[in-house]
Design a protein around this ligand. Structure first.
Ligand SMILES: *Cc1c(COP(=O)(O)O)cnc(C)c1O
Length: 402
């Protein structure tokens, strides 16, 4: 999924536009900018590409999640249902607002299990936050039905699945709000950056103000602007936004290359008895940034993951015992290790994560290997990689298949 692989002259030109006039900030200094408004331009182009009314750029994907929640009025004491397989940003962004993360199981989509979501709803639940991990999506249709029934917000974290679709709609545009990251390892990057998208006018106005200290952004005298509500600084810089403009123009080429390389690997692995693939919900199209597959047991999966690394097949991930992406690696969250005192709502009401049963998720996670799909691979490199993967996995599975 790495957009950094295609960084080139197009990105340099956009950044140079900014460097030449020296206005590194997205607001104000109208006379000095030579007409360059990179953040605004990126926002308009991104909203169009995602087929939504509004886009708000911010400083990161993590801040996008916080801004999205705050814009929709989620805060202290509210519960947000999220999956136990995700990036740490999910609970960080929720807890930053004094809201309470409620962690629930994933299923064979490697994303939120709708039945687990429904079972976790209480009178304090405000939002369901599916995370479209590793290039594919949650069952958005089922989740939307649950949200509609219980009057909850549906906030999609599409940071790892930009360009994928569900029922023909770009991921991130199906729910009430969608969030994206443009950090350095994402499908398109601007170094550091993120975006919130929505079709809700009020959320868009709130996001615009909240991410910039409450500024109303009316007129051209920043100092004279008013601040109807409290905010924070989650702004993106013009330099970062400039890179994003050039990257966004490349997104469809990136997706096409990912699909090509993904398909070669998938077809080869699907010939192996004992290899199965992550379920993509009906109506969904992946962005092909990862190929995710299951082996029959945890033990064989760990063996295979180790052997793949030893044979030089890089960028294969075993998330089950990884520090950043699964509940077992989040000792700091489970024991609420915080530099500062946490809000009382969180301390008293968060579930006991050391004792919550995630065995249903373990069944899938312990058998999952995810291969990153790079766009820079030559045809020869893909063929070589695929052949080695196939050989290694067959050798590991042979004893149980024969
Ligand atoms: C990368 C990522 C984020 C956070 O984005 P940053 O820009 O790195 O803050 C959030 N959620 C998921 C699923 C991610 O992969």
């Amino acid at each position: 999924m790495p957009g950094f692989e295609v960084f080139g002259d197009e990105e340099r030109k956009e950044v140079n536009d900014v460097l030449e006039n020296g206005v590194l900030m997205r607001y104000g200094f109208d006379g000095m900018r030579n007409g360059h408004w990179k953040a605004k331009e990126f926002e308009a182009a991104f909203a169009k590409r995602m087929q939504v009314e509004h886009c708000q750029l911010v400083s990161s994907g993590t801040s996008a999640l916080t801004v999205a929640l705050a814009s929709a009025g989620v805060g202290a004491g509210d519960e947000v249902i999220m999956p136990c397989f995700t990036f740490v940003a999910s609970f960080e962004s929720i807890m930053m607002l004094g809201a309470i993360p409620v962690l629930v199981d994933i299923d064979d989509t490697l994303t939120l299990d709708p039945a687990a979501v429904e079972a976790a709803i209480t009178e304090n639940t405000k939002c369901v936050m599916p995370v479209h991990m590793c290039g594919s999506m949650a069952d958005l249709k089922a989740l939307k039905a649950i949200c509609d029934k219980h009057n909850l917000l549906l906030l999609e974290d599409a940071c790892q699945a930009i360009g994928g679709t569900f029922e023909g709609k770009p991921l991130g545009s199906y729910g009430d709000l969608g969030c994206f990251s443009f950090d350095f390892v994402k499908t398109i990057t601007c170094g550091e950056g993120g975006a919130v998208i929505t079709n809700n006018k009020q959320y868009a106005v709130n996001a615009d103000q909240y991410q910039d200290h409450g500024h109303v952004h009316v007129g051209n005298d920043r100092g004279a602007e008013t601040h109807p509500t409290l905010g924070y600084n989650f702004r993106i810089s013009e330099l970062n936004a400039a890179v994003g403009i050039a990257q966004l123009r490349k997104i469809d080429d990136i997706l096409a290359l990912q699909k090509k390389n993904y398909t070669i690997m998938r077809e080869a692995l699907s010939e192996i008895d004992g290899v199965t693939f992550r379920r993509v919900p009906e109506g969904g199209v992946e962005n092909y940034s990862f190929l995710n597959f299951f082996l029959p047991t945890a033990e064989l999966t760990q063996k295979a993951h180790k052997a793949l690394g030893a044979e030089g097949v890089d960028a294969c991930f075993y998330w089950f015992n990884n520090n950043w992406h699964y509940i077992h690696g989040w000792e700091h969250l489970r024991n609420l290790k915080s530099l500062m005192p946490l809000p009382a709502e969180i301390k008293t009401r968060i579930q006991n994560l050391n004792e919550t049963d995630f065995s249903k998720s373990d069944v899938w996670m312990s058998r999952t290997i995810s291969s990153l799909v790079k766009v820079g691979w030559t045809e020869e490199q893909v063929a070589q990689r695929t052949a080695t993967m196939k050989e290694v996995i067959i050798e590991i599975l042979n004893p149980i298949l024969s």
